[in-house]
Design a protein around this ligand. Structure first.
Ligand code: ADP
Ligand code: MG
Length: 327
């Protein structure tokens, strides 16, 4: 049974960056306004995330790592989330099967903080009182220590670190009200640092540079019958970045859509010289019931109902901005 759980966990958590993505979403769900991430060896040795969110009550520490015992299934909106992304409540459980996981957490009205360590979904020992600030610190060490196939599938330390940095960059742009930092353990200078309560454009400037930030135009689109709303920032025709950057959030989850990328590539190919690329940040809101339920929550690629019509709306919105820039 342990082996089966471990293999399943390895499907949910494929690399340090995928574990981090889940943990960032948990911190955001806990209404954190600062999220500090520390990593060592591309997150393979150490992946630590500290937030100032609601914290976890002592009595809940026993179940947070059990599969599907999520605290987020109580409200209707959360049911919608399940419909959107399939089952949830697997992230921490999965991590506990393939890494050493420990949590230090304190709620506002908690007397003190508690520390708990887990193995294979279970507490190793009853939570112990300790010192700590309000919020939650989750430490993941030696990811895939017991799963050599997964470990071998990982890339170099620097590539894994880059994947982590991309996750942090994307979430920092999308959640500009939250202050993010990413640093390597033992280093005093952060790789990424965004202040709390900044704007999307501020954070694009901090992360991607002023060359991109100064060329951005705002886009938006909405359609009542399709139940879609979209807004974002895209580079105008004057700018051509060396790297393709497409940040796509659907219902506040970082996703990928090959279909959308293809449509936008077509639009930009008209305006942008060969071998150069646009910068696009798009936040799309769709009725969760229109999302494809067969897509596993950990798979980044998404599909949704009326996809062609929605993509057409986005295409028109982007195109009209680019035309606007020409005149
Ligand atoms: P889900 O997010 O789908 O509920 P997870 O496995 O990601 O499942 O998390 C399990 C539970 O652990 C959450 O429902 C939440 O109660 C708790 N939790 C995890 N991370 C945090 C955090 N940073 N702050 C507060 N609670 C957390
Ligand atoms: Mg979660």
């Amino acid at each position: 049974e342990t082996t089966v759980n471990r293999i399943a966990a390895g499907e949910v958590i494929q690399r340090p960056a995928s574990a981090l993505k889940e943990m960032i979403e948990n911190s955001l769900d806990a209404h954190a306004s600062t999220i500090q991430i520390t990593v060592k060896s591309g997150g393979m040795k150490l992946l630590q995330i500290q937030d100032n969110g609601t914290g976890i009550r002592k009595e809940d520490l026993e179940i947070v790592c059990e599969r599907f015992t999520t605290s987020k299934l109580e409200k209707f909106e959360d049911l919608a989330t399940i419909v959107t992304y399939g089952f949830r409540g697997e992230a921490l459980a999965s991590v506990s099967h393939v890494a050493h996981l420990s949590i230090v957490t304190k709620t506002v009205d908690g007397q003190c903080a508690y520390r708990a360590s887990y193995v294979d979904s279970k507490l190793k020992a009853p939570p112990k009182p300790c010192a700590g600030n309000q919020g939650t610190q989750i430490t993941v060490e030696d990811l895939f220590y017991n799963m050599s196939t997964r470990r071998r599938a990982l890339k170099s330390v620097s590539e894994e670190h880059n994947k982590i940095a991309h996750i942090v960059e994307h979430y920092a742009v999308h959640n500009a009200h939250v202050g993010f930092t990413l640093k390597k353990q033992g280093e005093s200078l952060a790789d990424i640092r965004t202040p709390p309560n900044s704007t999307v454009v501020d954070n694009i400037r901090i992360i991607y540079g002023n060359n991109i930030a100064k060329e951005l135009v705002e886009v938006d689109a909405s359609d009542e019958t399709l139940k879609m709303k979209m807004k974002g920032y895209i580079s105008n025709v004057n700018y051509s970045a060396k790297k393709y950057n497409m940040l796509l959030f659907i219902n506040h989850r970082l996703v990928e859509s090959a279909a959308l990328k293809k449509v936008l590539d077509q639009v930009y190919s008209v305006y942008i010289p060969k071998n150069s690329h646009p910068f696009l940040y798009l936040s799309l809101e769709l009725d969760p019931r229109n999302m494809d339920v067969n897509v596993h929550p950990t798979k980044r690629e998404v599909h949704f109902l009326h996809e062609d019509l929605v993509l057409d709306k986005i295409k028109m919105a982007v195109e009209s901005k680019l035309l606007g820039c020409n005149t």
